[in-house]
Design a protein around this ligand. Structure first.
Ligand SMILES: Cc1cc2nc3c(=O)[nH]c(=O)nc-3n(C[C@H](O)[C@H](O)[C@H](O)COP(=O)(O)O)c2cc1C
Length: 194
């Protein structure tokens, strides 16, 4: 179910304030996923799209996170904007983006990144840097003189929240926390103790 307008406004306001404060990577976030058995992993990702339907990131679907999301399509996100002392937490289910959406985003990427997506077997063991460079050279040659197509194992995921929390750092640890939770088909808004 789409978020309330307030959620969109609070997220966009935070992103803009972080950009205005020259936050080094304002779209970076920690992404936690887990196996079906509940073994957790976390890593940094970049947010590539955000609207009332969710939070989108792109990756190799055969990576560790890709395998975990296939087993257990749930994720938690943590965005920290240190320059403005704010945090956003998101929890929810994860769905693959439509092929057309992934194609459009892939086509917008720099050519080197597109070739890199073919060359990298993300999260698999690599014997040497030379092997990676060799694979890059092979794919550069393979796609010479043509557009680089999106690899079948490279796509996006949309985190569709059932919880979003906005945390605003304040003096004396008396921070503001606003939590939005999806309950019985509607969004419930609560203020939490810091
Ligand atoms: C600032 C930053 C941004 C990153 N953004 C992405 C990203 O958007 N997509 C991606 O696949 N990996 C990204 N990475 C690399 C991931 O943190 C991670 O190493 C990789 O996706 C493999 O994770 P996995 O083995 O858990 O699947 C980023 C790393 C950093 C430090």
């Amino acid at each position: 179910m789409n978020f309330p307008t307030e959620v969109i406004e609070r997220f966009e306001d935070g992103l803009q304030a972080a950009r205005d404060a020259s936050e080094p990577e304002p779209t970076a976030f920690s992404l936690a996923t887990s196996t079906a058995a509940g073994i957790l992993s976390v890593r940094t990702m970049l947010l590539k799209d955000f609207d009332e339907t969710g939070f989108v990131f792109y990756t190799n679907t055969r990576s560790n996170k890709g395998h975990q999301l296939a087993e257990n399509p749930q994720a938690a996100l943590c965005v920290i904007w240190k320059t403005i002392f704010r945090q956003v937490l998101v929890e929810g289910k994860v769905e693959p983006v439509a092929d057309a959406e992934a194609d459009a985003y892939f086509a917008s990427r720099p050519r080197d990144s597109q070739v890199g997506a073919w060359a990298s077997k993300q999260s698999e063991e690599l014997d040497s840097r030379a092997t990676l460079e060799q694979r890059v050279a092979e794919y550069e040659q393979k796609f010479a003189g043509q557009d680089v197509p999106r690899p079948p194992h490279w796509s996006g995921y949309r985190v569709i929240p059932d919880m979003i929390e906005f945390w605003y750092g304040k003096e004396s640890r008396l921070h503001d926390r606003f939590r939005f939770t999806l309950k019985n088909g509607g969004w419930v808004r609560q203020r939490l103790y810091p």
